[in-house]
Write a protein that binds this ligand. Structure first.
Ligand code: M6R
Length: 608
């Protein structure tokens, strides 16, 4: 998704903007641009491609010189990726803006503006906002923003320069995230905290329809009526290191290695006297006793974490769980009852479909529980109950450590729910919780013991046209995540299939040498999965088996075996996911792909 930054102060603004945008690269983008006040005029530089392309262009043409400006990385929605469509956009002589989000009624607004003599150079919805703001501007920025915001529909975060107000930035948001950073003699806007953390840890969260006014002397906030608002200053608890690569080649591999710590930091504070304790998050045993049905709603990897939740909760706590893709849930008229618990899982806490699904569930009277990594994000703020995962910033587009902490929370919740419902005793609950606490060390072992092997096996995958991931039960849930990981960063087609379902159609795809990654870590299902593996092997598949270290594997079952440390059967996803992440990572590296910023993808999907 698009990234926004802005700077007012005494530094070289072009440099600040580009370095801040680099920290937002994880959001995904296809073009970049900046606009800086220079000798009373606004100088814009934009380029299609990466920030390096923008920097090359500025080396050649000269960079804007000044101390106040706005910058943007664009992830195309309206109009192809091109220099002309990239931001910042001018709206005439008076206004220059950067925008993240989607203007739903841009066509109507564009027609109105054209009738009023305006002409457009780009295909974007953003230029419509720029033109409208310019059209409404008569020297009063707040008045123009108020009028414009009453006319536009959709989601947006805007950074605005008014040509006659050198030294000032205005910012406003509706739905799309925006923060305002402050330091001595300078202030910033950004779509996310990592963009500014090299300059300041202090920031304000801009709320829906609030306007921020930034100068080098400080920032002030008002509502759409111009009424002053006082806001709480927040201090980021991320170190700059945490938002950088720390010696690894890619963020993704760094984040894979951070998983043991992330799990520890997420789980440990939620244990009291050996039992899971989620009281501080608003979840009590008394409340859990009353829960009759659970819906887990999320997108992508977060939804796959929900699938793990479904298998374990239904098995141990005997509460029915429906897992939904958020974009389906919000439009399929789901049956939600007052006693239902709706769990929204999201790393970013800003995923548009997940946020809308949560709002829908609330409007239907259900209690909502958010499991979110990004502090202060929209989903975190609007949920009735909240469990923060403590993975720290996840920069790589392909989610790894966020998934790991999401499933950790699923386990905590499942154990507490099973105890609340009386299906396990406190002794059993403590034993399960102890086993969960041992997981970080096992993840560490798994990384050590499977890394090189995954690298070797990846060499055999790089030329494949298509792969299958198969498994049963929790292994099937894991296969879905393994398959998504591989396809999103290697660009090799893959599908996850319930192993027992293969012979109902998909087995016809198997040809000589086709890689099949079989996950068989569930002891109770092991023999059944092995039968399915033999079926594909008999048809020429190259089988890569992921199983536990003690599994007895017949000589004719697999071409390659990846063994992971054994733990309780239900906790096996926490070790078994690691080689699936590593296989995807190395396949992507070996194919020469941009591992952390795969094509067409964005880290935080803030549009529908
Ligand atoms: O921020 P969220 O967890 O809500 O994001 C959901 C998905 O967009 C995300 O998990 C996506 O599938 C990842 N790229 C997967 O690696």
């Amino acid at each position: 998704m698009c990234g926004i930054v802005g700077y007012v102060g005494n530094r070289d603004c072009s440099e600040v903007l580009v370095s801040a945008l680099r920290k937002l690269e994880y959001r995904g983008y296809d073009s970049a641009g900046i606009a800086v006040f220079e000798s009373g005029k606004i100088n814009i530089k934009k380029a299609q491609g990466r920030l390096d392309d923008l920097e090359d262009k500025m080396k050649y043409e000269g960079k804007p010189c000044g101390n106040v400006g706005i910058g943007h990385t664009r992830w195309a929605t309206h109009g192809v990726p091109s220099e002309i469509n990239s931001h910042p956009h001018r709206g005439g002589d008076k206004v220059t803006i950067v925008h993240n989000g989607i203007i739903e009624n841009y066509k109507e607004l564009k027609e109105m503006l054209i009738k009023n003599g305006r002409t457009f150079v780009s295909e974007t919805d953003t230029e419509v906002v720029a033109q409208l703001l310019d059209f409404n501007y008569d020297g009063d920025p707040v008045g123009a923003l108020r009028k414009t915001l009453s006319q536009v529909e959709g989601s947006f975060a805007l950074g605005v320069l008014f040509a006659d107000r050198e030294g000032e930035i205005y910012a406003v948001r509706r739905e799309s995230p925006l923060i305002v950073g402050v330091a001595e003699g300078e202030s910033f806007i950004a779509s996310d905290v990592p963009a500014i953390i090299q300059y300041t840890k202090k920031y304000y969260l801009l709320e829906h329809d609030e306007i921020a006014h930034l100068t080098s002397d400080g920032v002030s906030f008002c509502d759409l009526n111009g009424k002053h608002i006082s806001k709480e200053l927040k201090v980021a608890d991320w170190s700059q290191d945490a938002a950088e690569k720390g010696g690894y080649d890619h963020y993704m591999i760094k984040e894979i290695h951070e998983q043991p710590t992330s799990v520890k930091t997420t789980v440990t504070p939620r244990i009291s006297d050996g039992m899971p304790s989620l009281d501080e998050c608003g979840i009590t045993v008394d409340y859990l006793k009353k829960v009759k049905q659970i819906h887990i709603v999320a997108c992508g990897t977060a939804m796959h974490a929900g699938m793990v939740g479904k298998y374990i909760i239904e098995k141990l706590a005997k509460v029915p769980v429906i897992v939904d893709i958020a974009s389906e849930f919000r439009y399929r008229e789901p049956l939600i009852h007052k006693d239902d618990l709706v769990i929204i899982i999201s790393q970013s806490g800003e995923t548009a479909d997940s946020l809308a699904a949560m709002r829908l569930a609330k409007s239907m009277g259900a209690k909502t529980l958010a499991i979110v990594n990004a502090k202060g994000s929209s989903i975190a703020r609007e949920a009735d109950m909240l469990i923060y995962t403590h993975a720290g910033p996840e920069i790589a587009v392909a989610s790894t450590k966020a998934y790991m902490v999401q499933i950790s929370v699923m386990y905590l919740l499942c154990f507490e729910l099973a105890f609340a419902k009386g299906y396990i005793t406190d002794g059993e609950c403590c034993r399960l919780t102890d086993a969960l606490c041992e997981i970080p060390a096992l993840i560490d072992d798994t990384i050590d013991t499977t890394n090189d092997l995954c690298h070797e096996i990846a060499e055999k995958l790089i030329d494949a046209d298509s792969l299958l991931y198969i498994g049963r039960g929790l292994d099937y849930a894991l296969s879905m995540e393994g398959s998504l990981k591989l396809k999103e960063i290697s660009y090799i087609h893959s599908e996850a299939y319930a192993a027992g379902e293969l012979k109902h159609g998909t087995i016809s795809l198997i040809t000589e040498g086709m890689p099949v990654i079989a996950v068989a870590t569930q002891t109770s299902l092991y023999d059944k999965t092995v039968s399915n593996i033999k079926e594909v092997k008999a048809r020429g598949a190259m089988v890569i088996l992921v199983c536990d270290e003690k599994a007895e594997v017949g000589a004719d079952v697999a071409d390659h075996i990846i063994r992971v440390p054994k733990t309780l059967e239900m906790l096996m996803p926490m070790t078994a996911i690691v080689p699936l992440q590593l296989l995807a990572y190395y396949t992507s590296v070996l194919r020469g792909n941009d591992v952390d910023k795969p094509r067409n993808l964005a880290k935080s999907v803030t549009v529908e």
